[in-house]
Write a protein that binds this ligand. Structure first.
Ligand code: AKG
Length: 276
């Protein structure tokens, strides 16, 4: 097992440096700028904290990124030769954009695997500019994917909409967290993280847009419990958005499939008491 794979399993994240070259980053910036600029003011008001929340399925050319060598080779190097794609978003903080709230992205907390398995769903974040504390770099709480922290008890998913709109900057979801670290990166690095990991982002105090493309994969889909796989197929972004037709056949081998009879687990974003 490589050091990065060990870090991903143990700490919940790792960074693969310089995976995407400048030319491709510039192309991605052109595409994402076009997609972002096509949205109206209401979208950005509703998503003030994230900046934007636009499915990668908004543009068929994103399939090149989802299915292309930089991401899939990096998965292979981590020991995951056949990852399964789940969906993704273009998340863009405008100049002056507020911080992103603390959260985790996992939805399968009703299944026991969530409290023990080292690898379930993984995010891959691709920042299109260099990031640091001043322009909104990622923040994480290492090991929070498998260990309860004080922050878990403070997060309030019931008021998700108000938090997205950044209605109360004093909400614990926007404060400093015990044990947090910054993950500043260069444009073209890949940040791999466990979806259960608590993460957030600093405010963008620069005068430049800070865009990240977040993609979610299941590194070992066939090893996940049947009920979790059944839910993943039901919820899969590209299947439900009709993106498959535009992006096939490149996407076809990466899509989640489940032909068994297990009923899908309930979608639950809140960890239970088994997380200690
Ligand atoms: O905006 C960021 O830097 C992080 C985005 C994020 O948290 C996510 O995609 O889940």
């Amino acid at each position: 097992m490589t050091a990065k794979r060990r870090q991903l399993e143990h700490d919940g994240f790792c960074v693969v440096e310089g995976a995407i070259d400048w030319e491709n980053i510039e192309q991605l910036r052109t595409v994402t700028d076009r997609v972002i600029d096509a949205h109206d003011a209401g979208h950005f008001e509703d998503q003030r904290s994230t900046g934007s929340m636009i499915s990668v399925c908004a543009d068929a050319s994103m399939a090149d990124l989802v299915t292309g060598p930089p991401v899939l080779t990096a998965f292979g190097d981590l020991g995951f030769p056949s990852p399964t794609f789940f969906g993704g978003y273009i998340i863009s903080k405008p100049p002056g954009g507020p911080p992103l709230f603390w959260h985790q992205d996992w939805w399968g907390w009703d299944d026991d695997c969530s409290y023990r398995d080292p690898v379930l769903q993984t995010f891959v974040m691709i920042y299109l500019v260099d990031t640091d504390r001043d322009n909104g770099c990622l923040r994480i709480v290492p090991r929070s994917h498998l260990r309860r922290t004080g922050l878990h008890d403070q997060l309030d998913v019931a008021h998700d909409e108000a938090i997205r709109r950044y209605e109360n900057p004093d909400d614990p979801a926007f404060q400093a967290a015990a044990g947090e670290i910054d993950i500043p990166v260069r444009a073209g690095d890949l940040v791999f993280g466990d979806s259960r990991l608590l993460h957030a982002a600093h405010a963008n105090r620069s005068d430049r847009r800070r865009t990240v493309i977040t993609l979610w994969y299941f590194p070992q889909f066939e090893r996940m419990p049947e009920a979790v796989r059944a839910r993943a197929v039901e919820a899969s972004g590209p299947l439900s958005d009709g993106w498959v037709e535009a992006a096939a056949p490149r996407l076809e081998p990466l899509l989640p499939r489940y032909d068994g009879q297990a009923p899908p687990i309930v979608w639950n974003r809140v960890p239970g008491s088994s997380l200690r």
